[in-house]
Design a protein. Structure first.
Lengths: 256, 256, 256, 256
């Protein structure tokens, strides 16, 4: 039952992408990443990153994982492009998780700036994975602009509300020409399972593991959750019916 | 991370109970049961069962699995008790999944008859697992009457609607003095994951696997789903918030 | 568009039943009842009621409203039957909202005791409206036992969670031989509208109005909500589709 | 309890905006509009409109209603701007419901083109009400560009799925500097009630009434639904609790 997918020509067998922020300590972070089975690990780029942190992330994780720097916190295309370029230097990768935030309160993406940054970074040779909203038109435009995947939000970053609009995610998956990675909002394992069932190629999460009471165990949960969802998606679920249907044979009941 | 539970003193490591009805053929059934990792396998008892089918189920499955005969299709305590006794003879087990159906259309349980049958079978030495509705009072009464576990429905049998009332299931789990096995309504993997997250000790399903397009793969999905849900339950999920919360550190943004 | 229904032969034009407990003061209670347009008003019976309160409720409301005493807080058939009889004396009505609570924490009904009390009170000439769970089998048994209506819960009393399992309520309405009044759990106007859309004949609520910031205005909201839901139910809603469908004509677009 | 709101300086007492497409016949359309209590009525502009239809709509409705032409079916800013200008000529109004569709299948808006058209039409003196997605950032940008109101979708046009992401709509309402009119997806009365409860200033719908089995009655339902939702929003609903809370006083129970 091997089942892999590709982003920008790179084969991936794990469909779980995991973040590195907010763990109780570095050891729990490393253990959780191992338990998650993830191959792609996101790291945020900050000025301070460039003085040691990024290097230490490369040392810690760079040989075993695909590092995916993000532009978390940027609010204009200009800032995001600059951050992406610094990340490329620091982490020696042209992959970038592109975040351009429209406001600091909801942390929703700014689609217009995102498109602009995507075009610029694609032209500059980046493999761009934009964090976007759950809107099929924006997702299509990002793919048309050269995004290697699209990363629609399930619900606001860090909210743990899961997938607020499953129908929209399903629509996006059914129509996307590039891989769809659900990003943001995952709170627990069933949210990740559902994402894969809706047709997502993968799930990116951070807080749900890092801030769980037991991050290592939640990482194991997420690993199994993504596997469950992917199998279920491929297995072809039964339809939902509004009426009951006996599973046991109805002939030869005792006492009738 | 070993994690087992007990029903009537019997330790179980798998939290998935699986049915044997409705598969495309016997080989797919056997493969699916193996793929599911289940230890407890339900079989329905019919008159015809007593002339060969039950024996063949014992031959096929009896050495590797805990067989759990059910009284599917019974609509009175009298019928159910009679069926349970025949099942005990035929399958040489005193475990019984007790179904007493209140009407043939919704297949909802008849709680009054169920209680009566539970009392009678417990007195007769059975280990009784009643299929009941998602009502905390009925569940408590069944446990008080000696049920070894309670099996509230997620949604109508065969409907694939999942868990119609997660709050009720959570209430039942929080208060039950015996194991809670979600029974009926599971449609896909995320439903099973959710059941465990809500606090259920296990999940029983049949149609969701037997009638999936690829039963073997769906059985694998369910195995992983239950594992994911159990880990998530123990790991302690993050709270749901209505507002966003940045996962990445907010200091030292580039360009600020 | 006049549209009435009957309980035990009594025609009712308002489909909203309202409670009298928990208002900031008596004047707000009276104003709220007027604003709600309710014809049936519930009052709880307590020992102290029998020393003045019940009489004062009769004086206050008895000439303008159908008083519906309830047996709130009773936990056995015996207590409930006794309370109903005292209520009949005190309020000079044989209508009774029958509550038999299965536990003091969830306030879920005890279906077995409820059935017993229903049979006894029906035999004694009462018009019995039992508060029950959202289970089609229990509802049918109560109707068979002579209940004049059934009152399934939307969600736990006072929770304001609305209708936790709309499918179950819809099933009950589609099959009931007596009027169905949704009771318990209503939190806001859209919950009441939904109840009527699902096929309920009416809605009973108390806390949602009494504890709203502005009870009088919430009573107006509920009056309109019930009217909206009833009209919508009769008007025959459009089906839900998973895909968009243009409402405007597609011919002759400008610029094409 | 009078309660009005303003769009572009014009006071409105009805919070229901209704469309004119797809009714069984013109009389039912007119009756439904009357029954709905709407003051604002949308009409779509087509080439054929300009040869009689638009004039006839002005004759039919122009003296009693605020006509709101829409640019339904346009897929670029250029087409939409052209359509808006023709509508202004034909209907003698500078109000325009701006639709710029991103794809013909989902009918989701194209936010980038929408912003461009909004800016252009605002500069040209139009009162612009853009149909947009349920994204707080896009809504804010449209308001900043001079939109007189924003009209986020509940769910895809004509789908009848209601409000797919209530949290997003609530976020938008809490932060918007201009009125929020929920547009698209309304299927039945409770959807409209919910929109107002979430904080929307109004609701625009068409198919839910025009294609109901009885459009006139559904129009009455919607009128009451919007009133119910508005009152409930102002009345301040009770909080949702996960646990029950008795509404009746707990002292002096009979039989204790």
């Amino acid at each position: 039952m091997s089942d892999s997918f590709e982003i920008a020509g790179r084969g991936l067998t794990s469909r779980l992408f995991i973040g590195t922020a907010g763990y109780p300590n570095r050891q729990i972070m490393l253990d959780s990443i191992v338990a998650s089975g993830a191959q792609v690990v996101t790291v945020s780029i900050r000025r301070i990153s460039l003085e040691g942190y990024a290097e230490s992330m490369v040392d810690l994780l760079g040989s075993d994982y695909v590092l995916l720097p993000n532009t978390a916190g940027c609010s204009t295309a200009r800032e995001a492009v600059l951050t992406a370029r610094l990340a490329r230097e620091a982490l020696r990768t042209n992959w970038i998780k592109l975040e351009v935030i429209g406001d600091r309160e909801t942390l929703h993406p700014d689609v217009t700036e995102l498109l602009k940054a995507t075009e610029e970074l694609v032209a500059d040779g980046f493999t761009v994975l934009p964090y976007c909203n759950d809107d099929p038109v924006s997702c299509r435009k990002l793919a048309d602009a050269g995004a290697a995947a699209v990363m629609p939000l399930g619900s606001p970053i860090g909210s743990g509300m899961g997938i607020a609009n499953p129908h929209a995610i399903e629509l996006i998956c059914a129509r996307s020409t590039v891989p769809v990675i659900l990003d943001a909002g995952i709170g627990t394992a069933s949210d990740a399972t559902l994402a894969l069932e809706l047709g997502c190629d993968g799930v990116l999460l951070n807080t749900a593991v890092a801030k769980a009471r037991d991050p290592r165990r939640m990482a194991s949960a997420m690993r199994a959750a993504v596997e469950a969802g992917r199998h279920a998606c491929l297995a072809g679920r039964i339809p939902k019916r509004t009426h009951a249907e006996a599973s046991s044979p109805q002939l030869g009941l005792i006492g009738t």
